[in-house]
Each structure stands twice: as structure tokens, then as C-alpha cells.
Design a protein around this ligand. Sequence first.
Ligand SMILES: Cc1cc2nc3c(=O)[nH]c(=O)nc-3n(C[C@H](O)[C@H](O)[C@H](O)COP(=O)(O)O)c2cc1C
Length: 191
Amino acid sequence: MWRSHLARSLHQHRNQPEARFLQLATIGLDLRPRNRTVVFRGFLEDSDRFQDCLKIVTDIRSQKIAQIAANPWAEINWYFTKTRSQFRILGKLTLIDRECQDLELQTARKAAWQALSEAAWLQFAWAHPREPRVDFSEVAPPNPNQPMPNFCLLLLEPTEVDRLELRGSPQNRWIYLRDDKGTWTEQEVNP
Ligand SMILES: Cc1cc2nc3c(=O)[nH]c(=O)nc-3n(C[C@H](O)[C@H](O)[C@H](O)COP(=O)(O)O)c2cc1C
């Protein structure tokens, strides 16, 4: 399955923090594509309802939030240099914000906050993103135990994965599809 290949790539790059940067594309409110780099925060573990979900953290004030509310579909693109493999993962995003009433998901949001670095906590205390620049010199440091109100966890639940391995000539490519029951099928295709 694609997850074992992704795990292998992550393992090979375990000493390279930048290997956890991936591109997340959403659909803009104007129906134009929007794309940005985010950090992979691991998979949501031990959930029966949300399977194979990738975790991303973000600020509720960022533009992607309104885009996701209008259209939850997103695609991530992730390239690993050592394994020379590209993963394009299509799926729906679920937003877990401070209002989320689901205990399991709210616990995951809190754990994601606690796992952040000090530098990452501070970003959530900054002034509103994308507004005219202001002076940031007096930002109060957030509480490491309590998520800031604007802190959100995003879950990407994959439904389709396109894996391309550059190694070999011709290269190798697989398409993985998830059905309604959550079962994955795999097909090797031409690159
Ligand atoms: C290396 C790198 C890592 C980033 N990680 C995140 C992240 O984990 N979450 C996030 O929301 N933005 C992250 N950003 C900032 C986003 O790329 C983007 O500027 C921000 O989320 C606002 O995007 P939006 O206006 O489309 O919502 C990162 C940027 C870079 C360059």
C-alpha cells in the first residue's frame, strides 16, 4: 500500500526536517488554484472514523480556511529526493478548530499544539496574516499547554494517491484508489 512506501521515504529522510514540507493545493473562492507549503505533522493514529489521515496545523485566520469551507477537496504534492519518489495525495480536508465538539478530534488538536516548537507557538500570536505589516515587538508568548484560539488542526483524508518513482527507465508509477468502505486498490500504470 502507498503508506508503506511513504513511510520508507520518510524514514530515509529522517535526518532532513525539510523532507516533511509538502505542498497543499486547494481551490480558491474564485475557483482558481491556490497552493502553499505546509509541514507534515504525522498521521492521526488510533482513529476508526478517520483513516490514513495526514495532520497539518494552521491558523484559522489564513485564507485556506475559507477555501476549505467552500470546497474541502485538496491535493498535496510531496517529493522525496533520496528515494526519488513523488506522492500526489487527493482527499478531503476536515477542520478541527476550537469550536469542534468531537472529543477525540479536540484531543488530537490539543496534542498537535503541545507537539509544536516554541517558534511555531509564537506564530499563532502574531497579528492577522496577510494584513498590512505591523510591529511585532510586543507579542506575548502563548501557553504551551493550551492551544491558541486561532490554532487549527487539519486532517487530509486521502481517497486517491498517485505515486511516481523516478528510478528506472522507464520510470514506475502506481495509482491507489480508496472505495466507500475504505479499502484501497492498487494499479501499476505507465509513467
Ligand atoms: C517551509 C514552510 C513551512 C510552512 N508550514 C506551514 C504550516 O505547517 N502551516 C501553515 O498553515 N502554513 C505554513 N507555511 C506558510 C504557508 O506556506 C502559507 O504562507 C500560509 O499558510 C498562508 O497560506 P494561505 O493564505 O493560502 O492560507 C509554511 C511555509 C513554508 C515556506
